[in-house]
Design a protein around this ligand. Structure first.
Ligand code: ATP
Ligand code: MG
Length: 693
């Protein structure tokens, strides 16, 4: 007895539901910290998994560990991401329905690592056949490829996801992984042409330059020196100690072949990556009339022309002129040098962004399962985390908005719906108050009044509107909002001053000051029409797909970036709402990315905004498991002679009879209007075990 007390004192409790007193935030933090210092990074709140980033590798993700967790009841072993993965998997198999795992937390908290561990668990431990091994390898290897093209070093995280990723893993009725599908969300394209100090471009550029074979580099006209490329040096940190670009290159190269990229695809793909680098090095000079000009024999332009298969003249004209349609005629108006630089960067972003989408499609083709038999899926959502930098721009605005939406989903599915369900089912319940961030989502996305609408309105007034008129419009329309602060109101609301060109949002996860400079431009994401037309002449097979001649011309305004993003998030919410949710909440223990450091203030802040205390209260007061009477009776009726094989009364009466027979005490369960509620999973496990015998 004493020994077990000591052990518990040392390692803390493994499920916060058992925390005493469970309402104490200090006790919560103490437990998390105690476990963190014992290298125990996982703790449950019921079936929710809290994970604290250790910033060091442990031997807890081996095949042996997977075997230990495979097929064992959730609470019987120490908390682990594998236990969760296994639990989701087995629930899916027994109920034959769809699930998703929402992984959330701020930038650097460990979301991407968590999603990889889950995927590895499924790939390695699910039943497999020779055929399935193929799918398994592709599922696994799609990761390094997507990370190479979609992740980058930021100040928060050396491997920060710069796109949102939702991946469905499809299973057959025996639990074999038979296919998959990836949806990607808003890649941060601006990084291709600009990086803040201490940050890098997407990994793939450095991998190619550092790791590419001599022959390949020669063919692409590249030098083995990142310093040579303007798009790679703005952050002044091409080398990162935690990243080995050379070996990552080999991994990506191998992965591409496994995912069935032909040698031709690979050649074309790196032709594009190299041309982006060459594009970035193109310099314009002002001619005698002050317009942008390019030397006929510009080396960089020649390389782009060769690699993309576009005649030099066409490219040169496209980079220095804009096509205007005047009556029936086509007129080319020359760019100023600044304009040409802008058009060049816009082209580089468009090329990279569209190639990324092509890559995702290509991966999907290789994961597609042609068999039409019914499958169930487990979806993994790993999206860029909430982030705050010294200077925050349009990209942070989109990323943080996305995080608000996910928090809203979490609230809807747990805190809110859970409590509403008790009410609906007539279960006695003392409600738990929580902060609902819907007010912030509305501030951003409400029709006509929200920030997105105001931004789009300004984008419709080219020539007249500027970033500052957008700011003024916000000041006029939403100044009174409790989560919005501008220059004029700064002192009253947050007691901190703001610069004239800034606005501040009080997000659920903390306040963020955004600088409006570039908002209109980035939201418009304008690619001059002849930029597209030039690309349509390309002989490069991937560019041909990315810039199809069937694409409607920009006479009708395309949707703005943020509006497209908003619609894609609505789509994502719909996908998720049709599945059963599970949660991993990731916590970042310190800002220095160091092992062994647990910053109390930082962690307390995350525990607060992630709503963990509220979740615990709801869990503690509530019921871990609930099922419709019909489903419960169907599954367990064989356990009771009165209900087996056919029960004649109502399903509710049948369940009542069944649980009486099983010896459930009144405290263990409640009967609602349509469902049975079971307080602790242990009760259910005992029932399951009886069933297995
Ligand atoms: P972002 O929102 O920026 O994409 P993220 O939440 O996805 O951030 P990760 O990339 O998963 O963060 O984690 C950042 C780094 O922390 C990893 O590269 C790794 O070094 C370390 N890390 C995260 N989780 C673990 C873990 N379970 N074990 C060991 N190291 C980890
Ligand atoms: Mg990530």
């Amino acid at each position: 007895m004493e020994a077990s007390l000591t052990a518990r004192d040392r390692v803390g409790i493994q499920d916060f539901v058992l925390l005493d007193p469970y309402t104490s935030e200090t006790a919560f933090l103490e437990n998390l910290k105690k476990r963190f210092h014992e290298n125990l990074i996982y703790t449950y709140i019921g079936t929710l998994l809290v994970s604290v980033n250790p910033y060091k590798d442990f031997d807890i993700y081996s095949k042996k560990q997977m075997d230990i967790y495979m097929g064992v009841n959730f609470f019987e072993l120490p908390p682990h991401i594998y236990a969760m993965a296994d639990n989701v998997f087995r629930t899916m198999l027994s109920e034959f329905n769809n699930h998703f795992i929402l992984i959330s937390g701020e930038s650097g908290a460990g979301k991407t690592e968590a999603s990889k561990k889950i995927l590895q668990f499924y790939a390695v431990s699910c039943p497999s056949t020779k055929l399935l091994n193929n799918v398994r390898d592709r599922l696994l290897l799609s990761n390094p490829v997507l990370e190479a093209f979609g992740n980058a070093k930021t100040l928060k995280n050396d491997n920060s996801s710069r796109f949102g990723k939702y991946m469905d893993i499809q299973f057959d009725h025996q639990g074999g992984a038979v296919g998959g599908h990836v949806l990607s969300y808003l890649l941060e394209k601006s990084r291709v042409v600009h990086q803040n100090h201490g940050e890098r471009n997407f990994h793939i550029f450095y991998q190619l330059v550092e790791g590419g074979e001599e022959d390949l580099l020669r063919w692409l006209g590249l030098e083995r020196n990142c310093q040579h490329y303007r798009y790679l040096v703005q952050g002044d940190c091409a080398k990162v100690s935690s990243i080995n670009d050379k070996s990552d290159w080999r991994t990506v190269r191998k992965a591409l072949s496994v995912i069935e990229f032909s040698e031709n695809d690979i050649e074309q793909l790196f032709g594009i990556i190299a041309s982006v680098l060459h594009l970035g090095n193109i310099k314009f000079e002002a001619n005698e009339r002050g317009y942008a000009s390019l030397n006929n024999n510009n080396q960089e332009m020649n390389w782009v022309s060769k690699l993309l298969g576009i005649p030099t003249q066409v490219l040169q004209q496209g980079l220095t002129h804009r096509k205007i349609e005047a009556k029936a005629e086509e007129v080319f108006s020359p760019f100023s040098v600044d304009h040409a630089v802008y058009a060049r960067d816009a082209l580089a972003k468009a090329i990279y962004g569209r190639t990324f989408n092509w890559l995702v499609n290509k991966i999907n083709e290789s994961l597609v399962n042609k068999d039409s038999s019914r499958k169930t899926v487990i979806g993994l959502l790993d999206i860029y985390g909430f982030e705050v930098f010294n200077v925050n721009s349009f990209e942070q605005f989109c990323i943080n908005y996305c995080n608000e939406k996910l928090q809203q989903l979490f609230i809807q599915l747990t805190l809110k719906s859970e409590q509403e369900e008790y009410e609906m089912e007539g279960i006695e319940w003392e409600s738990v108050p929580f902060f609902n961030n819907k007010i912030i989502c509305d501030l951003v996305e409400e029709k006509h009044r929200g920030i997105i609408s105001l931004l789009d309105e300004e984008c419709l007034r080219p020539g007249e509107a500027t970033d500052l008129t957008f700011l003024e419009k916000m000041e006029e329309k939403i100044a009174g909002h409790p989560h919005f602060v501008t220059h004029k109101l700064a002192d009253q609301k947050t007691r901190k001053t703001l610069d004239r060109g800034d606005f501040r949002l009080l997000h659920y996860a903390g306040e963020v000051t955004y600088c409006v400079v570039g908002f209109l431009d980035k939201n418009n994401d304008l690619l001059y029409r002849n930029g597209k037309e030039v690309m349509r002449q390309s002989k490069n097979a991937i560019i041909k797909v990315c810039f199809p001649s069937t694409e409607p011309d920009s006479k009708r305004r395309p949707e703005t970036v943020v509006t497209q993003f908003k619609s894609s998030l609505v789509g994502l919410t719909e996908i998720l709402m049709s599945k059963e949710p599970w949660y991993v909440r990731c916590i970042k223990p310190n800002e220095a990315k160091q092992p062994g450091r647990f910053d109390d203030v930082l962690v307390r802040h995350q525990v607060k905004y992630l709503g963990l205390m509220e979740h615990l209260r709801v869990r503690r007061a509530g019921f871990a498991y609930r099922r419709k009477y019909e489903i419960f009776l169907q599954r367990y009726k064989a356990l009771c002679p009165d209900t087996w094989p056919n029960w004649k009364g109502t399903a509710a009466e049948g369940v009542h009879c069944l649980v009486k027979h099983m010896g459930y005490t009144p405290d263990e369960y409640k009967m609602g209007r349509t469902k049975i509620f079971i307080r602790h999973p242990k009760t259910l496990f005992a029932t399951e075990d009886a069933f297995q015998v």
